[in-house]
Design a protein around this ligand. Sequence first.
Ligand code: NAI
Ligand code: MG
Length: 500
Amino acid sequence: MNARDIDPRLGDAAKAFLASKHLALIGGQWVGAKSGKVFDTFDPGTGKVIAQVAECDAADVDAAVAAARKAFESGPWPKMSGSERTKLMWKLADLMEQHADELAQLESLNCGKPLAQMRMGELMFCIEVLRYTAGWATKLNGETIQISTPGNFHAFTLREPIGVVGQIIPWNSPLMMAAWKLAPALATGCTVVLKPAEQTPLTALRLGQLIQEAGFPDGVVNILPGFGPTAGAAIAAHPGVDKVAFTGSGEVGRLILQAASGNLKKVSLELGGKSPVIVFPDADLSLAVPGAARAIFGNSGQVCAAGSRLYAHAKVFDRMVEGIAGEAGKIRVGHGLEAGTQMGPLVSKEQLERVSGYLDQGRRDGVNVVTGGNRIGTEGYFMAPTVLTNTRQEMSVMREEIFGPVLCATRFDDEDLERIAREANNTIYGLAGSVWTRDLGTAHKMARRIRAGTVGVNMHGSLDPAVPFGGFKQSGWGREKGREALELYTEVKTVVMSLG
Ligand code: NAI
Ligand code: MG
């Protein structure tokens, strides 16, 4: 890029990175795509090109898988103890902390997140997930097993790394998705071919440089920017990949499954959601109103666990809707790098069109737009925080993941928890949900009845590295974070010995 085109709000380090070449990391080397192709990456706050990035495809995936295989089978990585892997992961976390401003600026520029939220929020969770998960590298124990067969035996299990792992991540929280995926793979001793989303390749590439600086052996982490149907599909289908981990749409999740069937590679999926926020009449509305607003407007609604369906009891429904609309009106929507911005743009023109399409369909179906419902401005991809009422179950706005700042509000006047839960569970998804009440009994009973991977009580969702995250139903397979994440990256080996 020409230096004068670079956003002046960026610091020197981010500017220097933007001005550099954006190549793929394969076997410890930064290389262009074999085809020589590059693609543009954009600032969604302006719609302008900010950098060109190597466009990897199947040929580059072959090279990256070969490098990852070599690193898995020979060289220093498989010989390292868990403790040595822990140290490398902490080194990487420390480097991320040292470069936090630069990483936050690059992320904000490339995907539109408000800089302060990225710097103080998500980035901290990226760093903490590395540190937390690093601790498990020294605790990958098996069990001793009691044998039922007569005779003298000694049986035990080992937990071994699954092998070469393909990781395909989305654009809504690019660095956090990279950290959630890489941490358990590195802790368990796997090697990785990581593909960032085509919309947001930059922070993964900067992370690749820090991974090298931390001293991970060559080929342990390979990073291939590129598109889904080419690079992504090649990773999912590759016979040399032992496992693929994916976060993104259900549509692509299904394609990944099909591609994975060739060599029956293991698959974990984190797909979408349509998560309910259930507000009981005894809830503390001074918490529930801002909590529900954050649950849907955070990251411009581009969050898989977003609280996109509000179910509020008739006694508090009007106050909830007015309160959330009031919060929406106060949100400062703007460029991610602009000081004071509270909500940034959607990630792309395509995403703006998708969200606008849902709103158009909702209007045709008869929804009432309480606030928002429109694009803001003509430059960049800004969408006003939106609250809809008169939504009915059969409408697409109620059934499908919009992935924008759009809340569907519905009232209930039931006292029967079973029926309330049935309505909240009336979705193909099961990623998250929250219950807002002061009654401990209601909280516990509802937490058990909601069919979702994460239930919040008087809060919605948690990014903490220790809590498992993933979906029931069509929201996915497997759990990331926490101890559960290790299960996605290890095989259990049984050793049985005859002692004679
Ligand atoms: P997507 O599922 O197409 O993209 C996610 C990742 O998958 C990207 O890295 C992409 O390059 C890759 N990919 C795309 N096609 C592929 C293929 N055939 N084989 C392998 N990898 C492939 O998501 P998209 O189109 O960007 O967004 C569409 C919708 O998906 C959103 O509106 C939202 O509803 C949902 N979504 C959910 C996310 C979540 O966190 N669960 C994240 C991103 C999108
Ligand atoms: Mg797609």
